[in-house]
Ligand binder design. Structure first.
Ligand SMILES: *Cc1c(COP(=O)(O)O)cnc(C)c1O
Length: 420
């Protein structure tokens, strides 16, 4: 029988696009490929079992509903929730919007303060900005040089007016894991709701909404080898969290999210969670070994490379590295054999250094010369060896052309020269 990798490559050859012609995929924080087992589970629900899961009058509806409810159980199981606490959405962006705007909107007559963190995903930060324009007070906590928040600082920020704290479980750029259980305990003591964006964490590290006192959790299908266009918001029932629906329409999802459920996508996310739960421990070990091999494969051969984010409290498949004495643009265009993300983000107006790297104190120039490497389920040992060789060769080549690198090698103190 062909393994999953073989099947993935098989799909490539059918499209006449051999994997060798494409760069090695190391951008699994941006998105993950849909696992072929997930695709297989979804397919019948596009065609044969096409019923509307909300149709109560016939077998087409019942069959679709049964599949959706199984998916709800599989998703609930991976985070220690109950199926009734799972609300399907279109993705983590919608889940984050619903959690933040929905909870703040529902309780606004009683409390009007929201706390989040500078390194959150844009959709969390923008949802909080939206609330600010509506008259809410918003605190954006800084992070330390390791990317983690200071719990004492969070505690000092909580007030009688605070309704919600939103802190992500794992960062999508630097992979750091925030102290979720500790934050949950602090919030629970004071009756403040705790939301966590766990798009990067679910299926990668163990999470338990009960043990960690999480009230709301966002999940994204395409970050854990499921389909794009589906996500979940976990909404706790005891103690009960209430929220304002953001879409007007039917009473689907217990009134929290109107619209006909996308049965195939729900099924896919359920299967993705089932697989991730079964394979998580072994897969995390495998990724950690490959990741550490990649890191040493680079740093043992290249000087002036720094690891961004806490070295230990991070996702098993994440590396974020800054390369001194190379120029960011040259770095990303030079790395033709691997697909990774750079430390810059294109806004409509310009190219900006990553705000996450800026928040941990990386200077703008070094932020541009940074790479986010995301290993995943289909990353092989061969991929890692090839990626390490390619990165080392590319950085060496770029540094050969760099006058700053030559001066550095001759022992000239560049910071003194630039007057910094
Ligand atoms: C990808 C991601 C999102 C957005 O998820 P979508 O399902 O693509 O909307 C939100 N937060 C984090 C941390 C992510 O990595």
């Amino acid at each position: 029988m062909m393994g999953v990798e073989g099947r993935l490559q098989g799909m490539d050859t059918e499209r006449n696009n051999s994997p060798r012609e494409r760069p090695i995929y190391l951008d699994n924080h941006a998105t993950t490929p849909c696992d072929p087992r997930v695709l297989a589970a979804m397919l019948p629900y596009f065609t044969e079992h096409f019923g509307n899961p909300h149709s109560r009058n016939h077998a087409y509806g019942w069959q679709a509903e049964e599949a959706v409810e199984l998916a709800r159980e599989q998703i609930a199981a991976i985070i220690g929730a109950e199926p009734r606490e799972i609300v399907f959405t279109s993705g983590a962006t919608e889940s984050n919007n619903l959690a933040i705007k929905g909870v703040a909107g529902f309780y606004r007559d009683k409390r009007d303060h929201v706390i989040t963190v500078a390194t959150e995903h844009k959709c969390v930060l923008e949802s909080c900005r939206f609330l600010e324009r509506q008259g809410f007070a918003v605190t954006v906590l800084p992070v330390g040089p390791n990317g983690l928040i200071d719990l004492a600082e969070l505690e000092a920020t909580l007030t009688e007016r605070t309704v919600l704290v939103s802190v992500m479980a794992a960062n999508n750029e630097i992979g750091v894991l925030q102290p979720i259980a500790e934050i949950g305990a602090l919030c629970r003591q004071r009756g403040i709701f705790f939301h966590t964006d766990a798009a990067q964490a679910v299926g990668k590290i163990p999470l338990d909404v009960r043990a960690m006192n999480i009230d709301l959790m966002s999940i994204s299908g395409h970050k854990l080898y499921g389909p794009k266009g589906i996500g979940v918001l976990f909404v706790r029932r005891r103690p009960r969290v209430r929220l304002q629906a953001q879409l007007s329409g039917g009473e689907q999802e217990r009134g929290m999210r109107a619209g006909t459920l996308a049965t195939p996508l729900c099924v896919g996310l359920g299967e993705a969670c089932r697989i991730a739960a079964a394979e998580m421990a072994d897969e995390a070990d495998r990724l950690r070994r490959l990741r550490d091999r990649l890191l040493t494969g680079i740093t043992e051969r290249l000087p002036a490379v720094t690891l961004n984010g806490d070295a230990l409290r991070r996702l098993p498949g994440n590396l974020n590295l800054s390369f001194g004495f190379v120029e960011g643009e040259g770095l990303i265009t030079g790395l033709t054999e691997i697909a990774v993300s750079s430390g810059s983000a294109c806004t409509s107006a310009s190219v900006e250094p990553s705000y996450v790297l800026r928040a941990i104190g990386v200077d703008a120039e070094l932020a541009f010369a940074s790479l986010r490497v995301g290993l995943g389920r289909f990353t092989t040992e061969h991929d890692i060896q090839a990626a390490a060789d390619h990165i080392v060769a590319t950085v060496n080549r770029l540094r050969q052309d760099s006058p700053l690198w030559a001066m550095h090698r001759e022992g000239i103190d560049l910071t003194a020269l630039s007057g910094r």
